[in-house]
Ligand binder design. Structure first.
Ligand SMILES: C[S@@+](CC[C@H](N)C(=O)[O-])C[C@H]1O[C@@H](n2cnc3c(N)ncnc32)[C@H](O)[C@@H]1O
Length: 235
């Protein structure tokens, strides 16, 4: 048995892009953690790391987790098992691990799959982050939802019929993970009567941020990137 008590697993939301949207709590946890883990592409790129790297120190261990950007990735993907095994080794040695998460860790975040695997075995602490949804609405600016309105939050990767059914009851909608699904998003929002005032926000808080009416985005020859949210509201 290990002589040291296990470390704590921290899920730390770092916001959608602008480092000014980091919370004081996130900065404190990042400053205290000896190990910083971050979701990365197979090339090593990480949007979450780019947001916080100016606040990290040389003595902190950086652990890339190749979790994102695989369209085939599912909750039972072995990539999550491998990531959990790497983090468990640090936790078993008594080191706290901060997993940095773009936006909020528990809102469509990869951290959810690590929490499922490691939560039953280790102490867990989550720092909420400013979600891309809130930052997108602020960037326009426009309300997400108001008064007695009901909001639907959907991934654009969902089946078209399911999206249409959920949107049929909604007064307002947030569509995540738009990317190559933009045409489908346009169709279902139109069918639900939500397309007219819909706005497409890409890479909010980054140098190449773009805000366009949905109809303009639909006319783009190159479509829109994965890091795009569509906000729609009947009113
Ligand atoms: C896996 S989800 C992660 C959401 C994140 N946890 C959050 O709270 O914003 C990825 C989706 O979030 C949205 N997203 C994340 N960052 C964004 C940004 N900077 N600008 C626009 N959309 C963003 C996009 O819809 C993207 O496809």
């Amino acid at each position: 048995m290990s002589a040291v008590p296990p470390g704590t697993l921290h899920g730390v939301g770092v916001g959608p892009g602008d480092p000014e949207l980091l919370t004081l709590r996130a900065l404190r946890i990042l400053d205290d953690a000896p190990v910083i883990a971050y979701p990365a592409t197979t090339r090593g790129d990480s949007m979450a790391l780019a947001i916080v790297d100016r606040f990290l120190r040389e003595d902190q261990v950086l652990v890339p987790l190749p979790l994102m950007f695989s369209p085939a990735q599912t909750p039972d993907d072995p990539a999550y098992d491998r990531a959990a095994t790497v983090l468990a080794a640090h936790l078993d040695d008594g080191r706290d691990v901060a997993v940095i998460c773009q936006g909020d860790p528990l809102f469509h975040g990869s951290f959810i799959y690590l929490l499922e695997r490691l939560g039953p075995r280790y102490a867990v602490d989550v720092t909420p982050g400013v979600s891309s949804v809130m930052a997108c609405a602020a960037a326009v600016p426009r309300p997400i939802v108001h008064g007695a309105e009901g909001l639907a939050v959907l991934p654009a990767t969902a089946d078209e019929d399911r999206m249409a059914a959920l949107l049929s009851q909604a007064d307002a909608a947030v569509i995540m993970k738009v990317g190559r699904h933009l045409a489908k998003v346009g169709r279902v929002l139109d069918g639900a009567g939500l397309a007219r005032h819909a706005v497409c926000i890409t890479r909010v808080g980054h140098a190449d941020e773009a805000i366009r009416p949905l109809r303009e985005a639909l006319a783009l020859a190159d479509g829109v990137p994965y890091f795009t949210v569509v906000l729609a509201r009947r009113a």
